[in-house]
Write a protein that binds this ligand. Structure first.
Ligand code: 5GP
Length: 140
């Protein structure tokens, strides 16, 4: 299927709508999920028109994983956990709701942190901003 350049993450990349950014480089952007499944839930997206993992050009493989590692390490520090749940839904049959490739990074601990339902409840923007500041401060 053709890439829909009106999807919400394409608009975020074009800065037509805002996001709470935690990290950006030439090939990737990381920002807070507005309906987080746990505190600190962050999304990493490539700056390329790719709907699912299967359209991601090889030029962006390394950048995506480097950014996931960088942000994941910051999440571990900022939320005092060794556990980061990472997932990626490719295709609406898999439950993908935004048709621009994104990787979910969710701080998790089976002992203390509980995860909430997927894309279910909008978080307070000020609270998300506070989490973003903690993550940015923990970036190497
Ligand atoms: P998917 O279901 O496609 O794997 O995940 C889409 C994610 O994007 C969900 O976790 C949802 O909460 C998040 N999301 C949906 N719309 C927006 C938005 O406008 N801004 C941000 N920051 N996250 C969004």
């Amino acid at each position: 299927m053709a890439y829909d350049n009106q999807n919400i993450f394409a608009k975020i990349l074009r800065e037509e709508i805002p996001c709470i950014k935690v990290y950006e480089d030439e090939l990737t952007l990381a920002f807070m999920d507005i309906m987080p499944q746990a505190d600190g839930h962050t999304l990493v997206i490539p700056k390329v028109e790719a709907e699912t993992l299967f359209e991601l050009p090889a030029t962006h493989y390394e950048a995506c994983f480097t950014t996931m590692q960088k942000v994941g390490n910051a999440l571990k520090k900022a939320f005092s956990t060794e556990g980061i749940m990472m997932f990626q839904l490719s295709g609406s049959d898999a439950g993908q709701t935004v048709p621009h490739l994104h990787f979910h990074l969710v701080p998790t601990s089976i002992h203390t942190l509980r995860t909430r339902k997927h894309a279910a409840e909008m978080a307070d923007q000020a609270v998300l901003q506070g989490f973003a500041e903690r993550i940015i401060a923990a970036l190497d």
